[in-house]
Write a protein that binds this ligand. Structure first.
Ligand code: ADE
Ligand code: ZN
Length: 331
């Protein structure tokens, strides 16, 4: 095992349902007597062939996550795995449209169960968690405004951001401006997926219309030097998920990934896993591959994690404690 794998880590981009191990989904399906068709391949891994098929499988698997208790168990399982991989702080995307189908009462119940799971994980494993509810882009602007309202209704110490995932090729960022305006005005941290499947224009539109402090992925910004300069000048932080990008063929090989060039150009980058079992990755694997591919050292990863703490949607005291843990100043 290379020593970078055992470093303490900060993760800013992880989808709760996307982190569900296939065994977890199979167990729940068996318990609930739900038949899942087309979700798993012959080896028992998640089956998908491209981004659209990935989203389809993802939402099919979510059919078994149909009550708050399932989400409490999922939260505990996901955080136990993150902690085992050395993650000390994580931000997790959840979706009011998946947790209760957008119904305010159900959303409250799902969220309470998720927060209970995170409290248990903190007590058991010492891992600190914040949640970022998201709208789902392909559900459209009205659903996005509703998701923002549901998020603001329940914002608090552990619900600190608002974001957007889903099919990036659907509509344009401007169509979602009012949802994000509402969330920002309420004081939530803002992030949005962009520049993953679509080119630099999607990052530019997202910066112009949603005004996030962070971009989920953003890796195709590298195709536009002016945009790279803008990201560096404005200090917009990229939540980069290299293993996810390789699995989805955004780049053909690790050596072709833009994270190295973006970092060299002064763009603040961080490293996360997105939907780890779908993309056959975890945080240890990401660190090992970055060390092996680009020669990143412990000092590089510590700097990367400091950037992630600065960009985190949490309070100053938590950031101070995290930085002390990253530099080994506290146990
Ligand atoms: N939802 C879950 N994973 C996603 C990804 N990688 N991009 C967009 N939406 C997602
Ligand atoms: Zn993502």
């Amino acid at each position: 095992m290379s020593d970078v794998e055992s470093l303490p880590k900060v993760e800013l981009h992880l989808h709760l349902e996307g982190a569900a191990p296939p065994e977890f989904i199979r167990t729940l399906a068996a318990e609930k007597n739900i038949e899942l068709n087309g979700v798993f391949d012959a080896q028992g891994a998640y089956a998908w062939t491209n981004f659209a098929a990935f989203l389809e499988t993802y939402h099919k698997a979510c059919e078994v996550l149909d009550d708050p208790e399932a989400f409490r168990r999922l939260t505990e399982a996901v955080l136990a795995k993150s902690a085992a991989d050395g993650v000390i702080y994580t931000e997790i995307f959840i979706a009011p449209d998946i947790c209760g189908g957008g119904d305010p009462v159900a959303w409250g119940e799902y969220l309470a169960a998720i927060l209970q799971g995170a409290e248990t994980a903190r007590a058991t494993h010492g891992i600190e968690t914040r949640f970022i509810p998201t709208c789902i882009r392909n559900l459209g602007p009205e659903a996005a405004v509703r998701a923002a309202q549901l998020t603001v209704d329940r914002m608090g110490p552990m619900v600190t951001g608002f974001g957007m995932g889903g099919e990036e090729r659907h509509l344009t960022a401007a169509d979602f401006a009012s949802a994000f305006e509402f969330a920002r005005e309420a004081g939530l941290g803002i992030t949005s997926h962009a520049g993953e499947l679509c080119g630099p224009h999607s990052v530019v539109e997202t910066l112009d219309h949603l005004r996030p402090s962070r971009i989920g992925h953003g890796v195709r910004a590298i195709e536009d030097p002016e945009l790279v300069r803008r990201l560096a000048d404005e200090g917009v932080v990229l939540e980069v998920n290299p293993g996810s990008n390789i699995a989805l063929s955004v780049f053909p090989r690790w050596a072709d990934h833009s994270i190295q060039a973006l970092r060299a150009a002064g763009v603040p980058v961080t490293v996360s896993t997105d939907d780890p079992p779908y993309f056959h990755t975890d945080m240890r694997y990401e660190y090992r591959m970055l060390a092996d591919t680009f020669g990143w050292t412990t000092a590089d990863f510590t700097a990367l994690n400091m950037t992630a703490v600065d960009a985190a949607f949490c309070d100053v005291d938590t950031k101070t404690r995290l930085k002390a843990r990253l530099t080994g100043d506290t146990p």
